[in-house]
Ligand binder design. Sequence first.
Ligand SMILES: [Fe+2]
Length: 621
Amino acid sequence: MRRQQQSVAVLVTLYVVVVVLALGGRIQQVESHKDQPLSGIAIHETTFHLNDKAHVKASPTLLGSNGQHSEFVLVEFTSPHPSDDDWIGVFSPADFNASTCPGDNKMVSLPRLCSAPIKFQYANFSNPRYSNTGTGSLNLQLINQRSDFSFALFSGGLLNPKLVAVSNKVAFENPNAPVYPRLALGKEWDTMTVTWTSGYGLKIAEPVVEWGVKGGERKLSPAGTLTFARNTMCGAPARTVGWRDPGYIHTAFLKELWPNAKYTYRVGHRLTNDAFVWSKEYQFKSTPFPGQNSLQQVVIFGDMGKAEVDGTNEYNDFQRASLNTTKQLIKDLKKTDAVFHIGDICYANGYLSQWDQFTAQIEPIASTVPYMIASGNHERDWPDSGSFYQGLDSGGECGVPAETMFYVPAQNRAKFWYSSDYGMFRFCVADTEHDWREGTEQYKFIEQCLASVDRKTQPWLIFLAHRVLGYSSTSFYAEEGSFGEPMGRDSLQKLWQKYKVDIAIYGHAHNYERTCPVYQSVCTSDEKTNYKGTFNGTIHIVAGGAGAGLAEFSDLQPNWSIVRDYDYGFLKLTAANYSNLLFEYKKSSDGTVHDSFKISRDYRDVLACAVDSCPATTLAS
Ligand SMILES: [Fe+2]
C-alpha cells in the first residue's frame, strides 16, 4: 500500500513536471520564436488520424536530373473531412515517423512527430473552395538539402495537428551534391575563402575547389570540412523539433590572388573511385590591395531573414521583404564588390532547415561577391551560454550554425569580432552578443582595429555592429530612455572620436536612421549632405530594414536624428578615391536612392585635431 502510494506520488510529481516542462517549453517557444513561422506549429502535439479516403500525391518524384538544386513540385490532395485550417507540411527526410523523440519523456504515448516540417502551407491556399470540395493542390518549391521529401496533410490547424495522410517520396537525383557556395574575405587581403554545403562526409569524398584566373590555368585547392551535432545545440527547438542534420560544411582558402582580378571556380568532391562531382561554374573579382586607389563599392544591411517564393511559411509575413532586398542586390551585383550582413541573418531561430533555405536564397550574391556576416541576437543569444544577453532569441542555436555555415576572418569564430580591409576601407566588425565594455577582450580588439589603420591609404574607417551601440530613436530604445543599446556609446564613443571613425553602422532596429556627425549626443556639424574637411564626429546609421518586420520610431525625434525612414532598404558605400566617399540608402522595393551624403576629406583633414581626438602634445619645439 505504502509502495503504491509512493508510486502514485511519483507519477503525480512526474505528471506535474511534464506539464510544467511542456507549458514552459510552449511559453518559451511562443515568446522567443515568434519571428519564426515554423514555431507556430505545435508539432509535438501531433496525433495520428490516418484516413484511407484521404490522399496526398507529389510529382515529379525525381528532381534535379539536369543538375538543378531547386525545383517546383505539384502536390495534389483530397480529404473526406476538409476544413479551412487543414494544412500541408513538407518533411525532409521523408520518413518522419519516429517512435521516440530524443530527450522525450517516455510516458507520452507513441507514435510521435519529433521533427518540424521544413515548410508548410494551408490546404485552401490555391483553392478557396477546398473546404467544400475536399480537393486542392499546391505548387511548392524544394531545394536540394541532402535528403528526400514527403508531404503530409494535417487537420486541426497548426496548434492541434492531426496527421491525416502522407504522400509518396520525392528526391533530388544527387542529394549529396555540393551546393550554395558563399565567398568571404580571408584573414589576408590576397585570400578569398569559399564555403559550401554538401552531403559528402570525409569518409566518402574529398572536398576540393577548382579555380584560376579567368581564361588562365586552373588548379585544385583542398577544403576543410566541419559539421555539428544535435548535442552542440544549447536548447529547444534547435535541440528538439527544430533539429535537422546540417550536412557537411566545407571551406577552401584561395590564396595569393592578384588584386582586382577576375577568377572562375567550381566546388566539388573527389570520390573514392577518383571520379569528381562538381557544382556549376562561378566567378568573382579578387580584393584590391589594402590602400589601393580604385572604385570600391560595398553594400551593408542587417536583419534580412528569408522568405519562400512559393508563399509558404507566411503565417506572419515577417520577412517577405527579404525577397525584394535579395532581388535588388542581385540586380546591382555588377556594381557591388562586397556585402556585409550585420547580424540577424536568417532568423532560423532553432529550425535548422532554414539555414539551407537562406544560403540558397542568397546564392547568386554570395557565390559572386564576399558575403561577410556579423553575429546578432538571433544567431547567438541563449541563457547561460556565454552570450552577453540572456534572451532566447537564437532558439537554442547559441551561435553554432552561424559560426559553421559562414566563414569570418576572426581569430576565434565563437567570438565573432574581426577586422577586414577592402582597398581604401577598413571595417571593424564588433560582436554585440559578447561584452564590449572597457577592459574586455573585445574592447581591446576594437581599439586595436581602429588604431592600426593607415589613413593615408585607407581613409574610410567604418565601424559595424548588430545592436545599436550608437544612436537610434526606434521606440524600443526610446522607451528605455537610452536611445541605443544601454552601455553602448558610454563605452565606445571615446574610441570612435579618438580614431575618427567616419561612419558607424548597425542593424537590430528594423528601419533606417541617420544622425548628424555626433559626439556625446551633440551634433558637431549642421551640414546635412556634403561633409567637407576636418573630421568632427562620427555619423551613425541604423540599417536594420533589409527584410524582417519593421520597427516603429519614437514620437520624439532627438536633435541628432536627421533622417528617418520606416521602410525596407539597404546601404551602399562607394569610395571613388582617397578623398571622396558616397553614402547611399536604397529602397528594397525598387532600388531607388532615398537618402545620401558625401564625405570629401584629404589626409591632412584626418590628421587635424578634433575634440578629444588629439594625442597629448609636448611644449618643447
Ligand atoms: Fe537583432
